[in-house]
Design a protein around this ligand. Structure first.
Ligand SMILES: [Ca+2]
Length: 204
């Protein structure tokens, strides 16, 4: 029985190792990779298992103001990303630090989109949207605590602003996990049954 247990633990370990061995979460920092732009995004970021992160600085001045970079200035940090087959996006969080704001209100409206952008402005494929209060708590999970988005191309799009003259540093975190395959589930399930049996036998 002990030999069987050892074999089970060994093969489960091999399976878990195989599913995560080549995982390299994607990271993008505007200070290194350059400023992010508007949709449709020129490149699709290849996400992988783990915590993928996008960080940079948002800024907007819809009304001309002293100190503004230019009249009607929008630093619109939208981007696209892909979830490979066998993986799923389970959580999105947004951490931020407000650097400055000319108005009492500083909100950015973000949308989680299916596809690489807004092909039809009258019919945006919005999967989830959120108004993020940059004067409120950080971090936030703008599209819900848990998600289950399968393989495909998605985008984060800036859907509007409230207030004027706001600048904020931010970091998006995207948690991607492997989708357990039926064979793995079967092996783990039978292993658990074996464990229960072993424990009962041991107790007698
Ligand atoms: Ca930016």
């Amino acid at each position: 029985m002990r030999r069987l247990m050892t074999l089970f633990i060994f093969f489960t370990g091999i399976l878990l190792f195989m599913s995560t061995a080549h995982a390299v979460p994607f990271t993008y920092n505007e200070s290194i990779g350059g400023d992010l732009g508007i949709l449709p995004a020129p490149t699709v970021f290849p996400f992988d298992i783990g915590v993928n992160s996008i960080s940079g600085t948002l800024s907007w001045y819809p009304d001309p103001q002293p100190g503004a970079p230019s009249a009607h200035f929008f630093d619109d940090d939208s981007f696209a990303f892909s979830i490979p087959s066998g993986m799923q996006l389970t959580q999105v969080s947004f951490a931020f630090t407000l650097q400055s704001s000319l108005d009492p209100v500083a909100k950015t409206d973000m949308a989680l989109l299916g596809g690489n952008g807004w092909p039809n402005p009258n019919l945006p494929p919005i999967l989830a949207g959120a108004s993020i209060d940059l004067k409120g708590a950080s971090p936030v999970t703008p599209f819900g605590a848990t998600l289950s988005l399968g393989p495909g191309t998605y985008a984060i799009g800036n859907n509007g602003w409230q207030g004027n003259g706001a600048t904020a540093n931010y970091q998006w975190n995207f948690i991607v996990t492997p989708v357990p395959e039926p064979a793995t589930m079967l092996l783990l399930g039978s292993g658990l049954v074996g464990l229960v049996g072993f424990r009962r036998k041991f107790k007698k």
